[in-house]
Design a protein around this ligand. Structure first.
Ligand SMILES: Cc1cc2nc3c(=O)[nH]c(=O)nc-3n(C[C@H](O)[C@H](O)[C@H](O)COP(=O)(O)O)c2cc1C
Length: 207
């Protein structure tokens, strides 16, 4: 089984989402000693924002591509290929300013490719991604589960649903900025959720 491990927190060793994504990956690795893990650290190696030059090159319309665009195009193709090849995608998605980190958005922008991960039809857009399981680790300082301006989890659910992903689950740790006790409680609850995750590619069998 192939697992793509994506982190986007800028908080390094202090990051809650990094700790939790690693726990998710460790759980999958324990269940499948042959697990192939591909790592993508979007804070350590950020992808560039989309550019007109990149889009022109990617669609094959550009006649001349300079070195920087060629490099960006290679990274773009690699990011998409990693996503397409993975059976399971584990994504660390902290809430920054009510939404996902800009580093994560830059990666998502590389995944939505008409004709590859979705297509437009007379009836509307249709997702083309099949057989992929996505586990989102959502961390946030405040509490949004019962309401509030949350453009992080709903955005990620809408984005992956648009691509055709039907198997997405969220491991959430929220209220992390509310003090040491609520923080620890949230982390413990999230760790328990990780421990209960199914570890097959389809996510169908709870271990
Ligand atoms: C730049 C920045 C912006 C943040 N914005 C929000 C926010 O809008 N809402 C919120 O509840 N928490 C916010 N937080 C708190 C983070 O969601 C919280 O620290 C969480 O643990 C981040 O995950 P991480 O530790 O993996 O980076 C913000 C933190 C940072 C560093």
């Amino acid at each position: 089984m192939k697992l793509l491990h994506v982190d986007s927190s800028i908080l390094g060793a202090d990051s809650a989402s990094r700790r939790l994504t690693q726990a998710v990956v460790d759980r999958f690795a324990r269940a499948d000693p042959g697990l192939e893990v591909v790592r993508r650290d979007l804070a350590a190696e950020p992808l560039a924002h989309l550019s007109g030059a990149l889009l022109a090159a990617a669609r094959g319309g550009a006649t001349e591509v300079d070195e920087a665009v060629a490099r960006d195009l290679a990274r773009d193709r690699q990011a998409l290929a990693e996503f397409l090849a993975a059976d399971v995608v584990v994504i660390g998605a902290p809430m920054y300013n009510f939404t996902v980190p800009t580093q994560l958005k830059a990666w998502l922008d590389r995944l939505a490719v008409a004709g590859t991960t979705f297509k437009y039809t007379a009836e509307g857009a249709v997702g083309l991604v099949r057989g992929k399981r996505v586990v989102v680790v959502s961390t946030r300082g405040g509490v949004y589960a019962e309401g509030g301006p949350d453009f992080q989890e709903p955005y990620l659910r809408a984005f992956f649903a648009f691509l055709g992903v039907t198997d997405l689950e969220v491991v959430r740790a929220e209220g992390l900025a509310l003090g040491p006790a609520p923080r620890q409680r949230a982390l413990d609850e999230a760790a328990a959720r990780v421990a209960a995750l199914a570890t097959d590619a389809a996510g169908a069998v709870a271990a």
